[in-house]
Design a protein around this ligand. Structure first.
Ligand code: SF4
Length: 477
């Protein structure tokens, strides 16, 4: 048994990051255990988790399992969890309650839990204490060990907990089953060293580890060969890519430049910490039309006092300066953001500073949240006197303002021609296709399904706050 340990998870030593290429091993005794069996995988949280789930699916399909979307019919169920907010945490425990009931009816099904919550010491202690009916738990550092963990459970017939809390290495050559046929996630780095005081990620995902440029470039080349049109370069703080290399002068700007030389139509990247966004990056993006003009640039708060307490390393003024540099260099760029309302002891004046930066930046859209304390983080130790009702009212005020600017930015596209990658049929209306503009705006389009998987010019004919409507003018691939 390996249990997570918050003290170990916090350590940052000079230990060398190893790139391990042969760690994924399938024990011969379980080679085909999934033949004629079905699995269900539920994913909570961010794109990193979504992509981890693609690896888990790849491993399960190599064992012969087939994916289904109804957990009640599955032989194997895995929940990939998120630890960012209390809400996601509660949803997982709610789902576990339903699975306990299912397992009573069908004792032979296997149920496992993984992801960021599995890296939390308190969660794993609770599981060991009260959820002995679960079959296995593994963490974010050892997704490649899933076949061995399954074997261990089948041999011992007991709850297996394998959650190492190390700083982390890089594991290459893990199978992957991608969710999408022409858009792909590509991890460029793992972990984070920023330790923003509200954030659990540096504990659950370990220290910053950048993948070698050649591994990333080869993955993108392979995706191009398979017909992919869009890649999103993923990491907790992609702008810091390469800062952990020793003896290699290679950073996010260099990586973007090298990937943009490949025949890939669209390059995106997520998520950007403003502190690490360089002038060099802006220049590379400006000069390469296949790097999409959309930047998700979390501000989190507008008050310098709160930003300092959050450990964000920038001020409202320096954020604004970066924002203006991006807008000047790339005039049509869309900028979206994340904002936390009600950080411990945020005053009315602090909150007005947040509204002020929103008024200045007029973001294209924003993910807004009420602060959620995460055990073990610095901010969770602050005694907060602000009432939750007050925080909810602030969130509502903020959302109204954000929505106003989202609609305004969408209105600028009315009657304009925009390039859209058509992804498929609308889930709400079969007669419509859906896709995203270069600036990452969702468009509903009248057209036939032969356009799916193509980048087409679309004339915007109607705008709403959450989406646009348009008509295809001429198809191009
Ligand atoms: S940079 Fe992002 S992932 Fe890293 S600690 Fe800050 S909020 Fe968390």
């Amino acid at each position: 048994m390996r249990k997570p340990n918050m003290m170990e998870a916090k350590k940052r030593t000079r230990a060398e990051i190893k790139v391990i290429r042969d760690a994924y091993i399938v024990p011969s005794s379980i080679n085909n255990i999934g033949i004629d069996k079905k699995y269900f995988l539920r994913t909570y949280g961010c794109q990193m988790n979504v992509h981890d789930s693609e690896n888990i699916k790849g491993e399960l399909e190599e064992l012969g399992y087939t994916e289904i979307d109804n957990y009640e019919d599955a032989d194997l169920i895995i929940i990939n969890t998120c630890a960012i907010r209390e809400n996601a945490h509660n949803k997982v425990f709610g789902f576990l309650g339903r699975l306990k009931h299912l397992k009573k009816q069908k004792p032979n099904i296997l149920v496992g839990l993984c992801g960021c919550m599995a890296q939390e010491e308190a969660v794993v202690n609770e599981i060991i204490d009260k959820y002995q009916w679960l079959d296995f738990v593994f963490g974010t550092h050892n997704i490649h060990e899933l076949p061995q963990i399954l074997k261990q459970h089948l041999d011992l017939k007991q709850l297996i907990v394998e959650v190492p809390s190390n700083e982390g290495n890089i594991y290459e050559n893990i199978p992957v089953k991608r969710d999408h046929p022409f858009k792909a996630w590509v991890n460029i780095m793992y972990g984070c060293d920023k330790f923003c005081t509200y954030c659990i990620v540096p504990y659950t995902r370990g220290k910053q580890r950048s993948r070698r440029p050649e591994d990333i470039i080869n993955e993108v080349k392979d995706l191009i060969k398979k017909g992919y049109l869009e890649v999103t370069l993923l990491g907790q703080n992609v702008n810091a890519y390469g800062k952990d290399f020793t003896g290699l002068d290679y950073n996010m700007a260099t990586l973007l430049k090298d990937i943009s030389k490949l025949p890939i139509k669209r390059i995106r990247f997520l998520t950007s910490h403003p502190w690490d966004f360089t002038k060099e990056m802006i220049l590379v993006i400006k000069n390469n039309s296949n790097i999409m003009p959309h930047f998700h640039l979390p501000i989190q708060a507008g008050s310098n006092k709160v930003l300092k307490l959050m450990g964000r390393r920038y001020t409202k003024e320096s954020y604004l300066e970066l924002y203006q540099k991006i807008k000047q260099a790339i005039p049509g760029a869309s900028i979206t953001t994340d904002i936390i309302v009600g950080f411990p002891n945020e005053t009315e004046v602090d909150f007005k500073e947040t509204l002020d930066i929103v008024n200045k930046c007029k973001f294209d859209s924003a993910f807004t949240f009420i602060y959620s304390p995460r055990e073990g983080t610095g901010a969770a130790r602050i005694v907060d006197i602000v009432d939750i009702k007050e925080k909810e009212a602030r969130l509502q005020t903020l959302n109204q303002l954000i929505n106003k600017y989202t609609l305004e930015s969408n209105q600028k596209l009315m009657n304009k021609m925009v390039p859209v990658l058509i992804e498929g049929k609308s889930a709400r209306n079969e007669a419509l296709l859906v896709g995203y503009t270069d600036t990452f705006k969702l468009v509903n389009i009248k057209g036939d399904s032969s356009l799916i998987g193509k980048i087409v010019d679309v004339k915007i004919t109607e705008v709403k706050t959450w989406c646009l409507y348009g008509e295809v003018n001429n198809g191009k691939n």
